[in-house]
Design a protein around this ligand. Structure first.
Ligand code: ATP
Ligand code: MG
Length: 248
């Protein structure tokens, strides 16, 4: 059993608590909110984040181990946050002490180094990193931290990585031409075998050197559009859906 010592923070997907086990060891526990997200929407889970955390800890820097626990093994949750508001499974990880919050210029260098190790982060923003005295600068939110060969890297997460330079421009030199941004877009390449219904090449515009490579319906029936320009991948609006990746 894990007893809540204090509530740390609630984010988009859940709530993080400082907890301790029977022998007094402290951990951070992240509970994931129950929510019926559409399959195409970005979602997160304890299973995904534990796997991403442990992959990072093995491949990049040993920051300890994360594991899956049952949400009902956490006692002392605030009344307003009873375990039934959360998924059955929660994430247990080391509790990191934040010395200070990094700024974007540090993040820019850090994610460039990570990309050199084929590790990519879809939401490189200051509150997803800690400066720690033990490990230096580290990510603390593993929802979108993937090795390029990760089995967790499904189409929607590839899209999140390909779009990261546009969504977090302060963390990249240049979303269109920067070396790191291009690596992100490279890892966002979607294999056509990952699409369940590739329709056809819809449009080619030689003047603007833009080519709409294809369109697909994902499982939730939303249209995904894939663009490539002659020189660079480009973020384009298509209905309400933004995509930025190429199809092989
Ligand atoms: N292992 C940890 N040790 C200490 N604090 C943590 C730990 N993990 C998360 N936190 C704190 O909890 C906050 C929320 O965690 P996290 O970013 O993982 O949640 P989230 O719901 O994915 O957030 P968002 O989607 O809004 O970025 C972090 O900004 C950090 O302050
Ligand atoms: Mg976060």
């Amino acid at each position: 059993m894990y007893k809540v010592i204090k509530s740390i923070k609630s984010g988009k997907f859940g709530s993080v608590f400082l907890v301790e086990n029977e022998s007094g060891h402290k951990f951070a526990a992240k509970l994931f909110r129950n929510k019926n997200s559409k399959e195409s929407e970005l979602s997160s889970s304890a299973e995904l984040e534990v796997s991403n955390f442990n992959s990072f800890s093995t491949k990049v820097k040993d920051i300890g181990k994360a594991s899956l626990i049952s949400s009902s093994s956490i006692t002392g949750l605030p009344e307003s946050l009873s375990a039934k508001n959360f998924n059955e499974t929660a994430m247990l990880m080391p509790f990191f002490q934040k010395e200070s919050e990094p700024n974007y210029s540090e993040i820019k260098i850090y994610i460039s180094d990570l990309a050199d190790e084929d590790v990519f982060m879809g939401d490189p923003k200051p509150d997803n990193f800690f400066h720690t005295s033990k490990y230096g600068l580290i990510p603390i939110d593993f929802g979108l931290v993937f090795h390029k060969n990760s089995p967790n890297l499904s189409v929607k997460y590839k899209n999140a990585l390909a779009n990261a330079p546009f969504d977090y421009p302060d963390a990249f030199d240049n979303a269109y031409t920067g070396k790191v941004a291009k690596k992100y877009q490279g890892v966002g390449v979607v294999q056509s075998s990952q699409l369940n219904d590739l329709i056809h090449i819809v449009e080619s515009d030689s003047d603007s050197k833009e080519l709409l490579l294809g369109a697909s319906h994902d499982k939730s029936e939303e249209t995904l559009l894939f663009y490539k320009t002659a020189s660079e991948n480009k973020k384009k609006s298509a209905n309400s859906c933004f995509e930025c990746c190429t199809i092989l």
